[in-house]
Design a binder for this molecule. Structure first.
Ligand SMILES: [Zn+2]
Length: 308
């Protein structure tokens, strides 16, 4: 699949040259990339968002995005179904056995990574690093409630990194979007994981938190609109893992399955994603939207079926 994409890209580049382009010795490929599907991606992560709570949840903003876009309730975690492991997979495009972050709170890899896997900034290629390499002038930002996230991304590739609390996350990230119109911004809520652990997945408190977070997501969408970039934005919403009773980390589908919503420019409306999607597929999907070539080490594949 990837080879075919490259071949198409090469053919397009060759066609451009054969039509008498005056770029002379301009290199074919690498820095030119594909045409993006959209100029902006807003990734919103919800820690502990379980797929089997989706129907019951009062989350009109999220369901509105899903109804106008593409949805699967079977985004599968890598194992174990816990936080750092899956955020690493989400941002690095590889499974546990490759990135080697093995516990929920790992800050560095717990096992040896493949030879040559780390190319820059002391960390495997994250979505931020790969977009930075190919779009040097891109504005890239990350806002995360949980301070464990910063160990799982390449902060040196970011223009801005901040850790607001729940009450300020949407406002601070929304203000940033309005001022900077980032090409890629990731906003990671550390909920609904907390009421999940404290009271239970699927408890009234869990659903109350989902409703609250949905309101914050409405604020983020409004900020994107006020920034004037809504027509050029794709929203990608997903989670690291789900949960059961007051725990996660195991192999039940309650723990392993989370929703994935892709919505915005170039995305099919009312589309049900039926292909297999796992945590490592999210980063290649974001790269695909932004017209960025995937890193050679990424094993995840973009969810191409979601796009027109
Ligand atoms: Zn988590």
């Amino acid at each position: 699949m990837r080879l075919r994409v490259f071949t198409q890209m090469a053919l397009v580049a060759l066609a451009a040259l054969s039509f008498g382009s005056c770029t002379g010795n301009a290199p074919v490929g690498e820095t030119e990339g594909r045409e993006p599907i959209a100029k902006h991606v807003v990734f919103i992560g919800l820690d502990g968002w379980a797929a089997n709570t989706y129907e019951e949840s009062n989350i009109p903003t999220i369901k509105g995005l899903a109804d106008n876009g593409a949805l699967t309730l079977e985004k599968r975690s890598v194992l174990p179904s816990a936080s750092a492991i899956n955020w690493a997979s989400i941002f690095m495009g590889v499974p546990t056995e490759v990135h080697g972050y093995l516990t929920w709170g790992s800050k560095t890899p717990d096992m040896e990574q493949p030879t040559g896997a780390v190319k820059k900034n002391g960390i495997m290629p994250t979505i931020f690093q790969v977009v930075r390499n190919q779009h040097p002038d891109a504005n890239l930002a990350l806002f995360a409630e949980w301070d464990g996230i910063k160990h799982l991304v390449d902060t040196l590739s970011l223009d801005h990194f901040e850790e607001p609390d729940l009450e300020n996350l949407a406002k601070v990230s929304g203000d940033y979007i309005k001022q900077n119109k980032p090409e890629l911004v990731a906003i990671v809520f550390d909920r609904p994981d907390h009421p999940g652990h404290d009271i239970g997945w699927g408890s009234p408190e869990y659903y109350d938190m989902m409703n609250k977070v949905d309101g914050y997501i409405a604020d983020i969408v409004k900020s994107v609109e006020e920034a004037g970039i809504l027509d050029e934005t794709v929203f990608v919403l997903s989670a690291d893992h789900g949960g059961i009773e007051t725990r996660h980390g195991g192999t039940t589908m309650s723990e392993m399955l989370s929703p994935l919503v892709i919505s915005g420019k170039g995305v099919k409306g009312g589309y049900k994603i039926t292909e297999l999607v796992m945590s490592p597929d999210i980063t290649p999907t974001i790269a695909y939207i932004l017209g960025v070539e995937p890193d050679s080490i990424w094993t995840g594949e973009p969810v191409k079926s979601a796009f027109n």
